[in-house]
Design a binder for this molecule. Structure first.
Ligand code: GDP
Ligand code: IMO
Ligand code: MG
Length: 460
């Protein structure tokens, strides 16, 4: 013991990589349990001219901590070319990747799934999801329809060939007849996948068993999510979601660690909101404030370079994240980006065509019509990037955190004040034993007229 889950509370890019890295030295294992190279985690080590920036896509963030064993769990989908590219890139920069372990049950992103992701999006036109085009959706679809290729299949050429043949029999019909694309050859796919097999072999193991044994020994295991709560295939803004369970429940199925072994759930919440790709986003700003957040927060995708859509913090989303994930601790990141605003609006509820919603509307159409009801909190002008204790923060920045904490219903245990590894205020130890007293959510404030209501994103 213990096992800790770390998830994103919003639509991704909250700073999960930095938070995992922060905990790194006290962890024995960091397990990526969902998603694939659709994720992009930026970790900055060192400061000023010495700063080293790492962008991780497929590898768990724990790879940058020498004492930590990084694990790619069974719930992940792996693009083998990306895996080895990323390993080689890190090795070239002096990072030891030799401890990396890979589940024999993880699924492989095949070349046809990459192609299908791209052509499907093009085919959907204005109804597209805005995927990262990495083959994530089609690979999870194969997993569910039991036609997927798993890591273990790479070590039995006969089985691999059979499975690829069966998959292509159908996919080639789709590619050629629906999308007017060339058919993909079995040899081509099998050859590509086999070319990685021997390099992969020493990393492959029964990671569920290994992690159970580690927990039995008293080791600390962190289960690190890619994506986030509102991109979860069950609990996100479906269909504008990714194709895996990015919430705390997914940590169990994606790692083989049972729920009874999980001790705490840390959620990462950016001090404002961003979203990449299509889908509803009630607090999205299309004005100078949105541009301010994008520029100041450098909100451009780590994976695709797309400008991120930006908006104010939405505590309805935060409360939902607390509930769905059973959050014990929040890390609020990028508080420094809010410096210099007269007032900081925080969404506390939604107005859906005259009806107030204090909780996430479960109905997709309601969510598309949700308009934010804001509470205005006083801003601060002082540079907070050098603060290392809660007491050092300006009064209004402290009040912002305390109000957010009340609205989301769980304690804020750390606060990010800059991209660097050390730019963090630790308020509570996030590695405590249970039980942790939840903070009862305060009743939201009475309805206030929405300030400059942003029209909801039209449904694509
Ligand atoms: P992830 O996908 O959740 O790991 O997040 P990303 O790495 O995609 O995006 C978060 C970005 O914010 C990265 O560029 C981080 O370096 C940066 N970041 C993280 N925490 C902070 C913070 O507290 N302040 C500032 N200014 N940047 C931060
Ligand atoms: P991290 O781990 C932000 C979004 C895509 C798209 C939708 C589906 O860095 O927070 P997919 O390629 O997964 O089928 O795309 O999900 N998306 C992310 N947005 N951060 C991510 O990961 C994301 N991973 C996927 O933009 O809208
Ligand atoms: Mg990211």
């Amino acid at each position: 013991m213990p096992a800790i889950v770390l998830v994103g509370a919003q639509w991704g890019d909250e700073g999960k990589g930095k938070a995992t890295d922060l905990l790194g030295s006290s962890l024995d294992y960091v397990v990526k349990f969902n998603g694939g190279n659709n994720a992009g985690h930026t970790i900055v080590i060192g400061e000023g001219a010495e700063a080293q920036k790492y962008a991780l896509h497929l590898l768990p963030s724990g790879i940058l901590t020498p004492t930590c064993t990084p694990v790619i769990g069974n719930g992940v989908v792996i693009d083998l070319a990306v895996l080895f590219e990323e390993i080689d890139g890190l090795e070239a920069r002096g990072v030891d990747t030799s401890k990396l372990l890979v589940s024999n049950c993880a699924h492989i992103i095949t070349p046809y799934n990459r192609t299908l992701d791209k052509v499907t999006e093009r085919f959907l036109g204005s109804r597209k999801i805005g995927t990262t085009g990495r083959g994530i959706g089609p690979t999870y679809a194969d997993k569910m329809s039991r036609t997927g290729i798993r890591v273990q299949d790479l070590f039995d050429e006969g089985i691999l060939r059979q499975k690829v043949e069966a998959a292509l029999e159908f996919k080639n019909q789709v590619l050629a007849k629906i999308y007017n694309r060339r058919a993909i050859g079995v040899d081509e796919v099998v050859g590509e996948l086999l070319s990685y097999a021997e390099r992969l072999r020493p990393m492959v193991t029964d990671t569920s068993l290994l992690l159970q044994q580690a927990l039995d020994r008293g080791d600390t295991v962190l289960l690190e999510a890619g994506q986030a709560t509102l991109l979860d295939v069950d609990f996100g803004t479906y269909p504008f979601v990714t194709s895996s369970n990015a919430t705390a429940g997914g940590a169990c199925t994606g790692s083989g660690i049972p729920p009874t072994r999980i001790d705490s759930v840390i959620a990462i919440l950016k001090a404002y909101s961003t979203r990449v790709g299509e889908g509803p986003f009630p607090t999205e700003l299309h004005d100078a404030n949105g541009e301010f957040l994008r520029k100041t927060g450098a909100e451009f995708g780590t994976t695709t370079g797309r400008p991120r859509r930006c908006g104010w913090l939405d505590t309805v989303v935060g409360r939902y994240a607390t509930r769905i994930n059973g959050v014990t601790d929040f890390v609020v990141t990028k508080l420094d980006i809010l410096t210099g605003l007269d007032t900081v609006p925080v969404c506390v509820a939604y107005d859906v065509e005259g009806t107030r919603f204090d909780e996430m509307p479960v109905n997709q159409s309601d969510y598309h019509h949700a308009r934010p009801i804001y509470e205005e909190l006083p801003g601060w002008w002082e540079d907070i990037s050098g603060c290392r204790s809660f007491e050092e923060l300006p009064t209004n920045a402290r009040a912002y955190v305390v109000r957010v904490e009340e609205l989301i219903g769980a304690r804020v245990s750390a606060i990010g004040v800059g991209p660097g590894r050390d730019a963090i205020i630790e308020r509570h130890d996030m590695r405590p034993a249970r039980p942790i007293e939840p903070i009862s959510p305060t009743p939201p404030t009475p309805p206030t007229p929405p300030i400059s209501p942003t029209p909801p994103t039209p449904q694509a």
